[in-house]
Write a protein that binds this ligand. Structure first.
Ligand code: NAD
Length: 327
C-alpha cells in the first residue's frame, strides 16, 4: 500500500509515521501543506491519503477518486470535516483515529479550573506587576454543579476524573451509560441548562448539533454560567455567545475551539492581518479564554493519531473490518 500524508508535522508526527509504515511495510510520501485543489495532485499514484482537520469537500473527493485514491483517513477523532455521505456515494472509504480520551478530559478540567479561578486574568495582571486582589476572587469547583453534555469516551472520562473534586455532576446524552451513573446523574438537557454552574460540551460536530448553544438555550442557563467548549466550534452560535458574554448571562467562556477556525489554528499569522472576525471579537473580551484547538495535543495522542490513521487505511485497502473505519 502507498499512503500520502498531508499537513504532516515533521517535528512530532513524522517519527510515528516512519515507525508504523516501516512496521506494516507501507510506502509513504508527505507534505506539510494542507490539502487543497492546488496540491491534491501530490497524491497521484498513492492508494490512500491521511489528513487532519481541513475540510474535504465533494470537489476534492471527486478529484481524489479520479487519482485512484481509495481511502481518506483523518488523524483525528472528529471527522465532520469530511463529506462522509458523498465519500460513501462515490466509494471512497473514510477512516478516523481515536486516541486516549485522557488528553481532552485532562485539558477540560484545566479549562474548568482556570475559568473558576480567573487565572488567565490574574496572570495578565501579574505580568503588569499588579498583584492586587480586587477582581480576582474565584469559585470553588468542589461546590459547583457541572453539566456534561455528551458522555462518550471523553465525556465519561471527564466525569470520572471530575468526581474526585466532589462537585455535583449532571449529565446528558442521547444514549445513557450505566458506567456513568456511578458518578453523575442523567437529567434532561433543560435541567442541565437550568441547574449547572459550569456547562461543558463533549458531543460531535454533526449537522444536527450545529448551534445547540444558541440564544434560546443560553436564555435557559443560570446567570453567570461558565461555558466550556473543547469539542467543536460549530456547537455554539457565536453572535449568541457574544451577546450572552456582553450581558453577563454567561460569566465566562473557555473555548478550545471556535466556529470557522479552519485556516486559522495551527498556522502562524505573525506580521499578517488575522482573517477571522470572530477570533478578534472573542479574544478581546475579558471573560473569554481561547486556546488554539490544543486539547488533544499530548505525546501519547499524537502517536495514536498517526498510528491508528495508518492502520485504518491499511484495513480499508484490504477490505477488512477495523474500529478505525467510519464508512
Ligand atoms: P464519542 O463519539 O465517544 O462521544 C460523543 C457522545 O456524544 C456520544 O455518546 C453521543 O451519543 C453523544 N451525542 C451526540 N449528539 C448528541 C446530542 N445532540 N446530545 C447529547 N449527546 C449527543 O466522542 P468523543 O471521543 O467523546 O469526542 C467528543 C468530541 O470531542 C468529538 O466528536 C470531537 O468533536 C471533540 N474533540 C475535540 C478535541 C480537541 O482537541 N479539542 C479532541 C478530540 C475530540
Amino acid at each position: 500500500m502507498k499512503l500520502f500524508a498531508f499537513s504532516l508535522r515533521e517535528y512530532d508526527e513524522k517519527k510515528y509515521l516512519e515507525q508504523i509504515c516501516s512496521e506494516l511495510n507501507i510506502e509513504y510520501g508527505y507534505t506539510s501543506e494542507y490539502p487543497s485543489m492546488d496540491n491534491l495532485h501530490l497524491a497521484k499514484g498513492y492508494d490512500t491519503i491521511s489528513i487532519i482537520t481541513n475540510p474535504i469537500n465533494q470537489e476534492m473527493l471527486d478529484t481524489l477518486k479520479e487519482y485512484g485514491i481509495k481511502a481518506v483517513s483523518t488523524r483525528t477523532i472528529g471527522y465532520d470535516h469530511i463529506d462522509i455521505e458523498y465519500a460513501k456515494q462515490i466509494g471512497i472509504k473514510v477512516c478516523y483515529a481515536p486516541y486516549s480520551p485522557n488528553s481532552v478530559a485532562n485539558y477540560t478540567i484545566m479549562m474548568i479550573l482556570m475559568a473558576c479561578r480567573k487565572i488567565d486574568f490574574i496572570m495578565k495582571k501579574s505580568a503588569l506587576l499588579d498583584f492586587t486582589l480586587k477582581g480576582n476572587c474565584g469559585r470553588e469547583l468542589s461546590l459547583c454543579t457541572v453539566g456534561v453534555i455528551g458522555t462518550g469516551r471523553i465525556g465519561e472520562t471527564l466525569i470520572k476524573h471530575l468526581s474526585g473534586f466532589g462537585c455535583k455532576i449532571l449529565a446528558y446524552d442521547i444514549y445513557e451509560k450505566e458506567s456513568v451513573k456511578e458518578y453523575a446523574e442523567y437529567v434532561s438537557l433543560d435541567k442541565i441548562y437550568s441547574d449547572s454552574d459550569i456547562i461543558t460540551l463533549h458531543v460531535p460536530g454533526l449537522p444536527e448539533n450545529k448551534h445547540m448553544i444558541c440564544a434560546e438555550t443560553i436564555e435557559k442557563m443560570k446567570d453567570g454560567v461558565i461555558l466550556i467548549n473543547a469539542a467543536r466550534g460549530m456547537l455554539i452560535d457565536t453572535p449568541a455567545l457574544v451577546a450572552g458574554l456582553n450581558s453577563g448571562k454567561i460569566g465566562f467562556a473557555a473555548l478550545d475551539t471556535i466556529e470557522n477556525e479552519a485556516g486559522l489554528y495551527y498556522l502562524s499569522f505573525q506580521d499578517k492581518v488575522l482573517p477571522n472576525t470572530d477570533f478578534h471579537l472573542l479574544s478581546g473580551m475579558p471573560n473569554v479564554m481561547l486556546s488554539p484547538h490544543m486539547a488533544f495535543y499530548t505525546e501519547e495522542a499524537v502517536s495514536d493519531m498517526v498510528t491508528n490513521s495508518v492502520k485504518g487505511s491499511l484495513s480499508a485497502m484490504k477490505g477488512e473490518d477495523s474500529p478505525f473505519i467510519v464508512c
